[in-house]
Design a protein around this ligand. Structure first.
Ligand code: SAM
Length: 290
Protein backbone atom coordinates (compact mmCIF):
# COMPACT_ATOMS: atom_id res chain seq x y z
CA UNK A 1 0.00 0.00 0.00
CA UNK A 2 1.09 3.57 -0.76
CA UNK A 3 1.64 4.95 2.76
CA UNK A 4 4.55 7.35 2.56
CA UNK A 5 2.53 10.41 1.49
CA UNK A 6 1.59 10.91 5.15
CA UNK A 7 4.19 13.07 6.96
CA UNK A 8 4.42 10.76 10.00
CA UNK A 9 5.31 7.78 7.78
CA UNK A 10 7.99 9.74 5.95
CA UNK A 11 9.45 10.89 9.29
CA UNK A 12 9.47 7.30 10.58
CA UNK A 13 11.45 6.10 7.55
CA UNK A 14 13.91 9.01 7.75
CA UNK A 15 14.52 8.25 11.43
CA UNK A 16 14.79 4.50 10.91
CA UNK A 17 17.66 5.05 8.44
CA UNK A 18 19.05 8.17 10.10
CA UNK A 19 18.83 9.84 6.69
CA UNK A 20 20.56 13.17 6.09
CA UNK A 21 19.11 15.36 3.33
CA UNK A 22 21.60 16.33 0.67
CA UNK A 23 21.04 19.88 -0.53
CA UNK A 24 23.28 19.35 -3.56
CA UNK A 25 20.79 16.74 -4.87
CA UNK A 26 17.75 19.04 -4.51
CA UNK A 27 16.11 16.75 -1.95
CA UNK A 28 12.66 18.01 -0.96
CA UNK A 29 10.38 15.05 -0.34
CA UNK A 30 6.63 15.25 -0.89
CA UNK A 31 4.47 14.86 2.22
CA UNK A 32 1.00 15.64 0.91
CA UNK A 33 -1.35 12.92 -0.33
CA UNK A 34 -3.59 15.40 -2.22
CA UNK A 35 -0.66 16.64 -4.27
CA UNK A 36 0.43 13.07 -4.99
CA UNK A 37 -3.10 12.22 -6.15
CA UNK A 38 -3.07 15.26 -8.43
CA UNK A 39 0.24 14.31 -10.06
CA UNK A 40 -0.86 10.72 -10.61
CA UNK A 41 -4.19 11.87 -12.05
CA UNK A 42 -2.54 14.42 -14.39
CA UNK A 43 0.00 11.82 -15.55
CA UNK A 44 -2.98 9.71 -16.66
CA UNK A 45 -1.31 6.37 -15.97
CA UNK A 46 -2.97 3.03 -16.68
CA UNK A 47 -2.15 -0.66 -16.34
CA UNK A 48 -0.45 -0.81 -19.77
CA UNK A 49 2.05 1.93 -19.02
CA UNK A 50 5.76 1.82 -18.43
CA UNK A 51 6.65 4.86 -16.31
CA UNK A 52 10.05 6.44 -15.76
CA UNK A 53 10.38 8.23 -12.44
CA UNK A 54 13.31 10.58 -11.99
CA UNK A 55 14.55 10.93 -8.41
CA UNK A 56 12.27 8.65 -6.34
CA UNK A 57 13.72 9.86 -3.00
CA UNK A 58 12.38 7.45 -0.35
CA UNK A 59 9.83 6.10 -2.84
CA UNK A 60 6.75 8.16 -1.96
CA UNK A 61 5.48 8.75 -5.50
CA UNK A 62 6.99 5.47 -6.64
CA UNK A 63 4.53 3.57 -4.44
CA UNK A 64 1.61 5.39 -6.08
CA UNK A 65 3.01 4.68 -9.56
CA UNK A 66 3.58 0.98 -8.80
CA UNK A 67 -0.06 0.63 -7.72
CA UNK A 68 -1.29 1.66 -11.18
CA UNK A 69 1.37 1.21 -13.86
CA UNK A 70 2.43 -2.03 -15.52
CA UNK A 71 6.06 -1.30 -14.76
CA UNK A 72 8.11 1.48 -13.20
CA UNK A 73 11.80 2.35 -13.48
CA UNK A 74 13.03 4.80 -10.84
CA UNK A 75 16.42 6.47 -11.35
CA UNK A 76 18.01 7.81 -8.16
CA UNK A 77 21.50 9.35 -7.90
CA UNK A 78 21.88 9.16 -4.10
CA UNK A 79 23.34 5.79 -3.06
CA UNK A 80 22.12 6.37 0.53
CA UNK A 81 18.53 6.10 -0.70
CA UNK A 82 18.93 2.71 -2.38
CA UNK A 83 18.58 0.55 0.79
CA UNK A 84 15.64 2.72 1.87
CA UNK A 85 13.92 2.17 -1.50
CA UNK A 86 14.50 -1.60 -1.16
CA UNK A 87 12.52 -1.38 2.09
CA UNK A 88 9.71 0.99 1.03
CA UNK A 89 9.14 -0.74 -2.32
CA UNK A 90 9.41 -4.31 -1.04
CA UNK A 91 5.72 -5.03 -1.70
CA UNK A 92 6.04 -4.30 -5.44
CA UNK A 93 7.45 -6.63 -8.08
CA UNK A 94 6.91 -4.19 -10.97
CA UNK A 95 9.65 -1.70 -10.09
CA UNK A 96 13.34 -1.43 -10.94
CA UNK A 97 15.46 1.04 -9.00
CA UNK A 98 18.51 2.28 -10.89
CA UNK A 99 21.26 4.03 -8.95
CA UNK A 100 22.47 6.48 -11.60
CA UNK A 101 22.64 10.12 -12.63
CA UNK A 102 19.68 10.65 -14.97
CA UNK A 103 21.73 13.10 -17.05
CA UNK A 104 24.28 10.39 -17.83
CA UNK A 105 21.87 7.55 -18.54
CA UNK A 106 21.02 6.08 -21.93
CA UNK A 107 17.26 6.45 -21.53
CA UNK A 108 16.57 5.39 -25.12
CA UNK A 109 18.20 2.02 -24.36
CA UNK A 110 16.07 1.67 -21.21
CA UNK A 111 12.88 2.42 -23.19
CA UNK A 112 13.92 -0.09 -25.83
CA UNK A 113 14.54 -2.78 -23.20
CA UNK A 114 11.51 -2.13 -20.98
CA UNK A 115 8.88 -0.89 -23.42
CA UNK A 116 9.96 -2.23 -26.82
CA UNK A 117 10.82 1.36 -27.89
CA UNK A 118 7.19 2.50 -27.54
CA UNK A 119 6.49 5.95 -26.00
CA UNK A 120 6.68 6.09 -22.22
CA UNK A 121 5.26 8.37 -19.55
CA UNK A 122 7.59 10.28 -17.25
CA UNK A 123 6.53 11.37 -13.77
CA UNK A 124 8.69 13.11 -11.20
CA UNK A 125 9.13 15.58 -8.44
CA UNK A 126 12.26 16.91 -10.10
CA UNK A 127 15.46 18.08 -8.44
CA UNK A 128 15.12 21.81 -9.26
CA UNK A 129 18.83 22.45 -9.87
CA UNK A 130 18.69 20.41 -13.09
CA UNK A 131 15.08 20.78 -14.28
CA UNK A 132 15.95 22.32 -17.65
CA UNK A 133 18.72 19.87 -18.65
CA UNK A 134 16.49 16.93 -17.66
CA UNK A 135 13.42 18.10 -19.61
CA UNK A 136 15.35 19.32 -22.65
CA UNK A 137 17.55 16.22 -22.59
CA UNK A 138 14.45 14.00 -22.77
CA UNK A 139 13.11 15.93 -25.77
CA UNK A 140 16.33 16.57 -27.67
CA UNK A 141 17.68 13.04 -27.41
CA UNK A 142 14.43 11.89 -29.03
CA UNK A 143 13.52 9.45 -26.27
CA UNK A 144 10.08 8.05 -27.23
CA UNK A 145 7.80 9.92 -24.84
CA UNK A 146 4.05 10.35 -24.59
CA UNK A 147 3.98 12.80 -21.69
CA UNK A 148 6.11 14.28 -18.92
CA UNK A 149 4.28 15.22 -15.71
CA UNK A 150 6.60 16.91 -13.28
CA UNK A 151 6.83 19.08 -10.20
CA UNK A 152 9.08 22.05 -10.91
CA UNK A 153 9.79 25.46 -9.45
CA UNK A 154 6.74 27.69 -10.10
CA UNK A 155 8.73 30.24 -12.15
CA UNK A 156 10.05 27.47 -14.39
CA UNK A 157 6.53 26.12 -14.98
CA UNK A 158 5.45 29.65 -15.93
CA UNK A 159 8.38 29.98 -18.35
CA UNK A 160 7.48 26.70 -20.03
CA UNK A 161 3.91 27.79 -20.58
CA UNK A 162 3.93 31.47 -21.62
CA UNK A 163 3.93 33.13 -25.04
CA UNK A 164 5.51 36.35 -26.38
CA UNK A 165 5.01 39.67 -24.63
CA UNK A 166 5.62 38.45 -21.07
CA UNK A 167 8.79 38.67 -18.98
CA UNK A 168 8.91 34.90 -18.48
CA UNK A 169 8.95 34.19 -22.24
CA UNK A 170 12.30 32.84 -23.38
CA UNK A 171 14.33 30.05 -24.97
CA UNK A 172 12.84 27.45 -22.58
CA UNK A 173 9.26 28.44 -23.51
CA UNK A 174 10.00 28.06 -27.21
CA UNK A 175 11.92 24.82 -26.86
CA UNK A 176 9.25 23.18 -24.69
CA UNK A 177 6.42 24.40 -26.94
CA UNK A 178 8.15 23.06 -30.05
CA UNK A 179 8.04 19.55 -28.61
CA UNK A 180 4.98 19.54 -26.34
CA UNK A 181 1.72 21.13 -25.22
CA UNK A 182 2.31 22.47 -21.68
CA UNK A 183 -0.40 22.68 -19.05
CA UNK A 184 0.05 23.69 -15.41
CA UNK A 185 -2.17 21.37 -13.38
CA UNK A 186 -1.48 22.45 -9.80
CA UNK A 187 0.30 25.03 -7.69
CA UNK A 188 2.02 23.57 -4.66
CA UNK A 189 3.14 25.57 -1.59
CA UNK A 190 6.43 24.89 0.28
CA UNK A 191 4.68 23.22 3.24
CA UNK A 192 3.90 20.17 1.10
CA UNK A 193 7.58 19.18 1.19
CA UNK A 194 10.16 18.08 3.73
CA UNK A 195 12.37 20.03 4.09
CA UNK A 196 10.44 23.08 2.82
CA UNK A 197 11.94 24.63 -0.33
CA UNK A 198 12.42 28.43 -0.43
CA UNK A 199 10.36 28.68 -3.63
CA UNK A 200 6.81 27.87 -4.71
CA UNK A 201 6.26 24.84 -6.93
CA UNK A 202 3.91 23.76 -9.70
CA UNK A 203 2.99 20.52 -11.42
CA UNK A 204 3.17 20.80 -15.18
CA UNK A 205 2.13 18.24 -17.76
CA UNK A 206 3.92 18.31 -21.12
CA UNK A 207 2.08 16.29 -23.75
CA UNK A 208 4.45 15.43 -26.58
CA UNK A 209 3.30 16.40 -30.08
CA UNK A 210 3.44 13.68 -32.69
CA UNK A 211 4.44 16.40 -35.15
CA UNK A 212 5.91 19.74 -34.02
CA UNK A 213 3.39 22.59 -34.39
CA UNK A 214 5.71 24.36 -36.87
CA UNK A 215 7.77 23.02 -39.77
CA UNK A 216 11.35 24.19 -40.19
CA UNK A 217 14.09 23.18 -42.64
CA UNK A 218 16.92 23.31 -40.11
CA UNK A 219 15.83 22.70 -36.51
CA UNK A 220 19.32 23.29 -35.14
CA UNK A 221 19.57 26.70 -36.88
CA UNK A 222 16.19 27.70 -35.40
CA UNK A 223 17.31 26.81 -31.89
CA UNK A 224 20.61 28.67 -32.36
CA UNK A 225 18.62 31.76 -33.40
CA UNK A 226 16.36 31.39 -30.36
CA UNK A 227 19.27 30.99 -27.94
CA UNK A 228 21.13 33.96 -29.45
CA UNK A 229 18.00 36.17 -29.36
CA UNK A 230 17.40 35.50 -25.64
CA UNK A 231 21.06 35.51 -24.57
CA UNK A 232 20.87 39.27 -25.19
CA UNK A 233 17.16 39.85 -24.83
CA UNK A 234 17.39 43.63 -24.24
CA UNK A 235 19.14 44.08 -27.59
CA UNK A 236 17.40 44.23 -30.97
CA UNK A 237 17.08 40.86 -32.64
CA UNK A 238 19.46 41.97 -35.41
CA UNK A 239 22.17 42.94 -32.91
CA UNK A 240 21.67 39.87 -30.73
CA UNK A 241 22.04 37.59 -33.75
CA UNK A 242 24.89 39.67 -35.18
CA UNK A 243 26.85 39.43 -31.89
CA UNK A 244 26.44 35.67 -31.53
CA UNK A 245 29.46 33.47 -32.36
CA UNK A 246 27.06 30.52 -32.51
CA UNK A 247 25.27 32.11 -35.49
CA UNK A 248 28.17 33.72 -37.39
CA UNK A 249 26.07 35.19 -40.21
CA UNK A 250 26.74 38.28 -42.36
CA UNK A 251 24.87 41.33 -41.06
CA UNK A 252 23.02 41.89 -44.32
CA UNK A 253 21.64 38.33 -44.30
CA UNK A 254 20.25 38.89 -40.80
CA UNK A 255 18.79 42.33 -41.60
CA UNK A 256 17.22 41.31 -44.90
CA UNK A 257 15.70 38.18 -43.38
CA UNK A 258 14.15 40.16 -40.49
CA UNK A 259 12.72 42.64 -43.02
CA UNK A 260 11.33 39.82 -45.15
CA UNK A 261 9.69 38.41 -42.03
CA UNK A 262 7.75 41.69 -41.99
CA UNK A 263 9.34 42.91 -38.75
CA UNK A 264 10.88 46.35 -38.08
CA UNK A 265 14.68 46.55 -37.79
CA UNK A 266 14.25 47.40 -34.09
CA UNK A 267 12.27 44.28 -33.19
CA UNK A 268 13.41 42.25 -30.20
CA UNK A 269 13.45 38.46 -30.15
CA UNK A 270 11.00 38.39 -27.25
CA UNK A 271 8.27 39.67 -29.61
CA UNK A 272 8.50 36.69 -32.00
CA UNK A 273 6.32 33.61 -31.79
CA UNK A 274 7.59 30.08 -32.38
CA UNK A 275 6.10 30.19 -35.91
CA UNK A 276 8.00 33.43 -36.60
CA UNK A 277 11.31 31.97 -35.37
CA UNK A 278 10.72 28.99 -37.66
CA UNK A 279 9.98 31.31 -40.59
CA UNK A 280 13.07 33.42 -39.84
CA UNK A 281 15.21 30.27 -39.73
CA UNK A 282 13.84 29.24 -43.13
CA UNK A 283 14.42 32.71 -44.63
CA UNK A 284 18.05 32.60 -43.49
CA UNK A 285 18.44 28.98 -44.58
CA UNK A 286 17.26 29.71 -48.16
CA UNK A 287 19.15 33.01 -48.39
CA UNK A 288 22.40 31.20 -47.51
CA UNK A 289 21.75 28.59 -50.20
CA UNK A 290 21.14 31.16 -52.97
N1 SAM B 1 10.33 11.81 -5.59
C1 SAM B 1 10.69 12.13 -4.23
C2 SAM B 1 9.52 12.83 -3.55
O1 SAM B 1 8.69 13.38 -4.28
O2 SAM B 1 9.46 12.83 -2.33
C3 SAM B 1 11.97 12.97 -4.14
C4 SAM B 1 11.97 14.24 -4.94
S1 SAM B 1 13.37 15.29 -4.63
C5 SAM B 1 12.74 16.87 -5.13
C6 SAM B 1 14.48 14.96 -6.00
C7 SAM B 1 15.13 13.59 -6.01
O3 SAM B 1 15.98 13.51 -7.18
C8 SAM B 1 16.02 13.29 -4.83
O4 SAM B 1 15.76 12.00 -4.35
C9 SAM B 1 17.45 13.37 -5.39
O5 SAM B 1 18.38 12.57 -4.69
C10 SAM B 1 17.23 12.91 -6.81
N2 SAM B 1 18.25 13.39 -7.79
C11 SAM B 1 18.94 14.56 -7.76
N3 SAM B 1 19.74 14.65 -8.83
C12 SAM B 1 19.56 13.52 -9.57
C13 SAM B 1 20.13 13.03 -10.78
N4 SAM B 1 21.05 13.73 -11.45
N5 SAM B 1 19.74 11.81 -11.25
C14 SAM B 1 18.80 11.08 -10.55
N6 SAM B 1 18.23 11.51 -9.39
C15 SAM B 1 18.59 12.70 -8.91
Amino acid sequence: MATLGKPQNTIAILQKYNFNFQKKFGQNFLIDTHVLDKIICAADINGDDFVLEIGPGIGTMTQYLCEIAREVAAVEIDANLIPILADTLQDYDNVTVINEDILKMDIRALVQEKNGGKPIKVAANLPYYITTPIVMGLFESHVPIESITVMVQKEVADRMQVGPGTKDYGALSLAVQYYARPEIVAHVPPNCFMPRPKVGSAVIRLTRYEQPPVQVEDESLMFRLIRAAFNQRRKTLANALGNSPEIALPKNVIEQSIAELGQPATVRGEKLTLAQFAELADLIYYRLRQ
